[in-house]
Design a protein around this ligand. Structure first.
Ligand code: EPZ
Length: 420
């Protein structure tokens, strides 16, 4: 397994281009199953999760081809069940359930397991699909769904931690080919949900209200091929903004949509980081003095859970006490112990981490446990004195396109150690 060797203490300077959004492209790739015609997707990030989803679509019978950052999928003839192991391994693949059920009126997919950040049940996905008329059995690790017909209805999709992003995607992609009107209440409002709705409407769907808690879908008989450019990755953009802040550097971020980052920008400004819009770009630099801030993760447009770990790294470097509360996933603090190896002082009280910041971090070997935790460790390594080795960076490659190249271009002393 590859690892990263990082010599810290260098303020990052320069420009970075943000890639397409992982969490937008995965449900969009699944939605290509809704039509027999070719779909062309642009600004597709080169990530292992994307390649994985490509293999899953292929295992269902779709033709999948990548050319640079353009992906073409043609699901002319598909079957309702794909490779068990492939689907089981990537949680995001659950979003093939809705499109398969809508197109074939049947679907058989492996049940997604939990992951280090939480149990991650799919009860809301199944509730919504059953409300549309699907009969669903869970057996032998499989979700088996069948529907003689899908009929529009009203579905409340709010759960223990609020709305569900991929649950909203699954119901939306099932309802586009259902008879009549579906209204999703307490829908997720994430920009990735809006991007999916835009793609579906380009395929001939009739969706209104995406981006708000109430989405109305008027079913149509069939959908056609479409071309679409994926939105930029707001989590990657936030991660580079924090890279400027933790290293005391100055980075111009290109290709991001600042309007997707309001909660992050607001919190960083509160912490004393300077963020300025320069045309379409965002200039980020550390202000004179960092301030401790309290952060609570919330559904969009609140502070994203996918930036919680990276924000914690900044608070480790900030003199004073800050409290970081995770409200979305029940066990998303696996980075705390590893930041502790670098000398951070963090204690956990229930859903909150209490960070006593201000101590200089010092490099050490650390272990990545999930995608965003690994990003937090890379940021910590860039700020720490000495050398940090981040192991198991396959987690990082799932969601960040060539992050070590991008950081090197900004002056980061970072090297990928390939497994021999
Ligand atoms: C998406 O996951 C993202 N993944 C996650 O990003 C992100 O953290 C999450 O949304 C929240 O923003 C992709 O888009 C591929 P949820 P998703 O369903 O849709 C509970 C990353 O780092 N819940 O919105 O799976 C659930 O347990 C990843 O890029 C139920 O209880 O998340 C969680 O506590 C990590 N029942 C909360 O809702 C359900 O049926 C939100 O989960 C579904 C979810």
């Amino acid at each position: 397994m590859d690892s990263l060797l990082i010599k810290g203490g260098v303020p990052l300077h320069g420009e970075v281009q943000i890639s397409g959004a992982k969490n937008a492209v995965l449900p969009i790739m699944a939605a290509t199953l809704l039509t027999a015609e070719p779909c062309v997707i642009h600004r597709v990030p080169d990530l292992s999760d994307v390649k994985f989803m490509g293999k899953i679509l292929n295992s269902l019978g779709a033709e999948v081809s990548f050319e640079g950052d353009t992906l073409t999928v043609c699901a002319r003839r598909i079957k309702g069940h794909g490779d068990y192991e492939l689907i089981r391994k990537m949680r995001g693949s659950i979003c093939i359930l809705g499109p398969l059920l809508a197109r074939l009126r049947k679907a058989e997919v492996s049940q997604p397991g939990g992951c280090v950040i939480g149990t991650r049940p799919i009860d809301l996905h199944l509730k919504g699909l059953r409300a549309l008329g699907a009969k669903i059995e869970i057996e032998a690790g499989y979700i088996r769904a069948r529907a003689a017909r899908l009929a529009g209805t009203e579905i409340f999709l709010g759960g223990r931690a609020g709305p569900t992003v991929l649950g909203t995607a699954n119901i939306m992609t099932a309802a586009v080919l259902a008879e009549g009107v579906t209204i999703i209440e307490s829908a997720a409002c994430e920009p990735e949900v809006m991007d999916l709705a835009q793609f579906l409407n380009a395929m001939g769907a009739k969706i209104q209200g995406a981006g708000s808690p109430t989405i109305t879908i008027t079913g149509v008989k069939e959908l056609h091929g479409a071309e679409h450019e994926v939105i930029p990755d707001r989590i990657e953009a936030a991660t580079f903004a924090l890279a400027a802040a933790v290293t005391g550097g100055e980075i111009t971020i290109h290709g991001a949509k600042p309007e997707h980052l309001n909660a992050v920008i607001d919190k960083l400004r509160e912490a004393g980081v300077k963020l300025e819009r320069r045309g379409a770009a965002l200039l980020v630099k550390r202000g004179s003095r960092l301030q401790p801030v309290d952060v609570t993760t919330l559904p969009y447009a609140g502070f994203p859970t996918d930036v919680q770990a990276q924000m914690m790294t900044l608070m480790c470097l900030t003199p004073g006490i800050s409290i970081i509360t995770e409200r979305i996933f029940e066990s998303r603090f696996s980075h705390v112990a590893e930041l502790g190896r670098l000398g951070a002082d963090i204690s956990i009280e229930g859903p909150s981490a209490i960070v006593k910041g201000g101590k200089r971090l010092s490099g050490a070997p650390v272990m990545a446990s999930d995608l965003r935790a690994s990003a937090a460790l890379v940021l910590a390594g860039l700020a720490a004195k000495g050398t940090t080795q981040v192991n198991r960076i396959y987690h990082l490659d799932r969601g960040y396109e060539k992050i070590d190249d991008k950081l090197r271009k900004l002056g980061g002393r970072i090297e990928r150690i390939k497994e021999t």
